[in-house]
Ligand binder design. Sequence first.
Ligand code: ATP
Ligand code: MG
Length: 415
Amino acid sequence: MKIQGVKGMNDILPADIPRWHEMEAVAREVFALYGYREVRTPVVEHAQVFARAVGEATDIVKKEMYAFEDKGEELLALRPEGTAGVVRAFIEHGAYVEGPQKWFYLGPMFRREKPQKGRYRQFHQIGCEAFGIAEPFIDAEQIALVDDYLARLGVRAALQLNTVGDPACRPAYLAELKVYLVEHKGELCPDCNDRIERNPLRALDCKVESCQPVLIGAPRLLDRLCGGCKAHFEQVKGALDALGVAYHVQPRLVRGLDYYVRTAYEFTSDALGAQSSVLGGGRYDGLVETLGGPPTPGIGFALGQERLAMILEKRGLEAKPRVPEVFFVTADAEGAIEALRRGAELRRAGIACDLDPRGGKMKAQFKQAERVGARYALVLGGNEVRSGQAKLKDVKTREETPVELSKLVERLKGG
Ligand code: ATP
Ligand code: MG
């Protein structure tokens, strides 16, 4: 049997890792500027956490979640998204008593979706959650954080902005929307037909071409907002204007999860093709309470790292992998032992270096120095060991300069 990875779960190979490090390092740097602190929660939670937070009726919980009975004792699940677990931890550790908190996370998520470009069964998200602030300025600040983050990475993405109302105005709207969708049942795809009862809001962002005329003509929640939601939306837009962050109001933008209220946003990129959404976010004021905590407003987003990696790949400007400063070329057994010792010394001093423990023809070792991109090759053999003198050979120019072995670290640190 040929052993292969699981469908939809990818390896991220060393050649791709610099992009991942870049995404994560810049996230840590920018998020800290805004006061977000990292939290790490388990990949496995009680399935209930997701069923309650994300919603029993959502595709994620109904169809996509990897849930399993742990030796017949309890129903657990691989996390399909990050927010539910973070909120669970927020409550469990009583973090709400300290007042507003800004947290971020990153790591793998799991959904049993149909694998395709930009859509996988194990994928990675970076996300931020701001707890305890209901005021619209925090929405705008978080969106500005995303805007800064993407700009730092040299990524251009368009901000799509909407509001999904709240329990004061959404129910009446949903009833109206349902009636409308039922009237046009025949013109809608099977998925949308399925959503009419289950999750009518979700029908609005159906991507199927034949559904579009009906959806474009659907009643708009934007025209039916309650006073509170309307004021909130206007203030978010005003703050974004003040921050100089451009947005497109997108009346049919909804979030896939049940817990969202008011602000919903997404950053989309043309570079991605069909799965154009780089990240999605929104306000979830009822969520902490739903999971058993005190009433606590919140707003967060989750960004898909595989999708961002695709954009970074197109952007070019690769972060360079670290190359050895020195590649030791060994002439004999004495040289090999010296290379080992000097290598350890350089590494302890923070200088990257390499050698081929197989030794072999010096010409082949030089070739290897070239292949790994080393700056210098340094030949070591009995002669060098005895004299304490060697030559640093610039791999590109082939220029050689003498160096005292005992001063190698100083010399390389000096540039
Ligand atoms: P989509 O409409 O693309 O399915 P979603 O509404 O399911 O997105 P969220 O659950 O809000 O997305 O997740 C936030 C981000 O995580 C998405 O914008 C996307 O970049 C990424 N993402 C979601 N599902 C996947 C997946 N199966 N594979 C890769 N990335 C994903
Ligand atoms: Mg999805």
